[in-house]
Ligand binder design. Structure first.
Ligand SMILES: [Zn+2]
Ligand SMILES: [Zn+2]
Length: 380
């Protein structure tokens, strides 16, 4: 158990972080606050400016051994907070709506515990990662030339889960979160007078065909629509309310998801090939771009076993299928065995990314106890 005073300081930190959220890639003050919090804990190594504003805090044991990394996220979202709590966001149009403030507080509390009792062997690395929400931060941290100094043998992250009982530990072996990619398909034709559309080249029909194809993608590729699907997130044709003009330009934006990286690549390739073929057949120019790419988060069964042991009997549940959302933690499970652990945030808690969301403070001791036991189990 982590000492009560450490928990209270971590909860106070959580509320200060909640008041001062910062967007992906701009987490300078958040990182500074974390650095100030951990300095009196006398860690053996602190790396700053990792892949942007990332921060790694290392506690080393007296004996050689493996490196266990715990990762949390620094960033908040461009959402205007609707809650009325005293620690409500002071930054206009920006809030911690995904609970990353709580995840940071949990790691800070784990640090408080490690400061009192170092691991018996090896190293515990607390990684405060930037820019998770844009899917760029994990890759940037991994590409940092100093990352090899802290490369993990085992890696874990925790994410709160509204809709599950408070403190319930939710995880599965294999795919835990889906891979996803944004696709932007731009179509270029020729604008004409709406009275003489035949003199131009409208992308309207190709756009409609593409939207239909995206809806039927699982069907077309013989995939389970619960695990692999596309969501059309935007579409634009011509100028707004230009009744005299037959449009010459169109854009279709979609997010593709799958529980498997290979399947996602197959889906994206099929959409791109179909878009190219349709555009050419209708004499349109085109561009196809990929945005916000996330790898699937794949939990190693050994790492899942360690989490179950740390949690104790009967405290974990196994989701039937992978979560449809994406996490850039998949970048870490691609380089080392690891697990993303879901932690129930309460059945009535507001959903993630909801303007009324607020991380429940009661989860700070629950999450910190679990991760502390896990680190000690890996390094005993
Ligand atoms: Zn989020
Ligand atoms: Zn999140």
């Amino acid at each position: 158990m982590i000492n009560e005073e450490v928990i209270q300081r971590a909860v106070a930190l959580r509320r200060r972080l909640h008041r001062q959220p910062e967007l992906s890639g701009r987490e300078r003050r958040t990182a500074e606050r974390i650095a100030r919090f951990v300095a009196p804990l006398r860690p053996d190594l602190v790396l700053r400016g990792l892949g942007g504003h990332g921060l790694a805090v290392v506690f080393t044991g007296p004996e050689p051994g493996p490196t266990v990394m715990l990762r949390c996220e620094l960033d908040a979202l461009p959402i205007r907070e609707a809650g009325a709590a005293g620690h409500r966001s002071a930054a206009d149009g920006c809030m911690h709506a995904c609970g990353h403030d709580g995840h940071m507080a949990i790691l800070a509390a784990v640090g408080g515990g490690l400061a009192r009792t170092r691991p018996r062997r090896g190293r515990a690395v607390l990684l405060f990662q930037p820019a998770e929400e844009t899917g760029r931060g994990a890759a940037a941290v991994l590409a940092d030339p100093r990352f090899p100094d802290i490369a993990p043998d085992l890696v874990f992250a925790l994410h709160n889960l509204p809709g599950y009982p408070l403190g319930r530990i939710v995880l599965r072996s294999g795919s835990m979160c889906c891979a996803s990619t944004g696709m932007v398909i731009s179509l270029h034709g020729v604008t004409a007078h709406a009275a003489q559309p035949e003199t131009g080249r409208s992308p309207a029909r190709v756009m409609a065909r593409l939207i239909d194809l995206l809806h039927r993608l699982p069907d077309r590729l013989g995939l389970d629509p619960a695990l692999s699907f596309a969501t059309v997130v935007g579409a634009r044709l011509g100028a707004d309310e230009a009744f005299g003009t037959a449009p010459g330009e169109a854009r279709v934006l979609a997010t593709l998801r799958s529980d498997r990286d290979e399947t996602l690549q197959r889906m994206a390739a099929f959409v791109a090939t179909s878009a190219r073929r349709l555009a050419r057949r209708h004499g349109l120019g085109y561009e196809i771009e990929r945005r916000d790419e996330f790898a699937a988060t794949v939990n190693a069964s050994r790492a899942v076993g360690l989490v179950r042991r740390a949690a104790g009997a009967g405290r974990t549940s196994v989701p039937r299928r992978p979560f449809p959302w994406s996490e850039d933690f998949g970048q870490f499970t691609a380089i080392a065995p690891g697990a993303l652990v879901g932690l129930g945030a309460g059945e009535r808690a507001a959903a993630l990314h909801d303007p009324a969301y607020d991380f429940p403070d009661e989860l700070v001791p629950l999450g910190a106890d679990l991760l502390s036991r896990l680190v000690r189990l890996c390094l005993e």
